[in-house]
Write a protein that binds this ligand. Sequence first.
Ligand code: CIR
Length: 257
Amino acid sequence: MPIAITREVSPSLGACELSFVPRTPIDVTLAATQHRGYQRALASLGCKVLVLDAEADMPDAVFVEDVAVVLDEVAVMTRPGAESRRGEGASVAELLQRYRPLRAIQAPGTLDGGDVLRIGRTLYVGQSARSNAEGVAQLQALIAEFGYDVRTVPIHGCLHLKSSVTALRDDTVLLQPAWVDRAAFAGYRIIEVDPSEEHAANVVRVGDEVLMSACFPLTRQRIVDAGIAVTTVDVSELQKAEGAVTCCSLLLKDTQP
Ligand code: CIR
């Protein structure tokens, strides 16, 4: 059973970082309700959902994906690109160290977990405003012994690599061609998002199924037509904080006997 680490929505979510999404009022109570729906959806897909307490003074702390890169062998605590987010990792590290040996990116390196897409033994790392070359080099060095192929990918017009592309299967990706070049994923079957659904490329893969936002029915249909089972969840209020479905959890294989 995969483990999903999540964290309750902060009451200060409205003061979140925003880069490519205009600021609009966020209903934090609704965001928390939707987030519970997200946790239930992960549980329905077979995950054991762990829940960290909200961080009142850390608006973006619900987006736990950004503070760690979890592999089967090790977890690397990141150093998020946004300074306001650098305190979020401590409580996640405390929980994660029960499941994985921990390593950490150090200054001046920066890396957001949202920029790291693992497909099989390859890690694709987005060249975003949040993740710098030093952060990528440190990641590569910290996991060198495990034999992952680390490849950088340019992105443009979006926050993270996983805003623009995620994996549906080991051989299939869902991609927004306006934000990332198809050529970077040339070896894969590529399903593009519907052009009217700009933010639809971010999905969580759990086994052979995917979880995605209910806001993107046309892209959902493309995935279903490809023979992949899809569960949807309404996370519209979290999307106002420039969050999507991957960012609200850290998924890890339970390697304990
Ligand atoms: C931020 O700008 O850092 C947050 N408001 C959103 C982070 C979303 N994270 C993700 O997609 N991995």
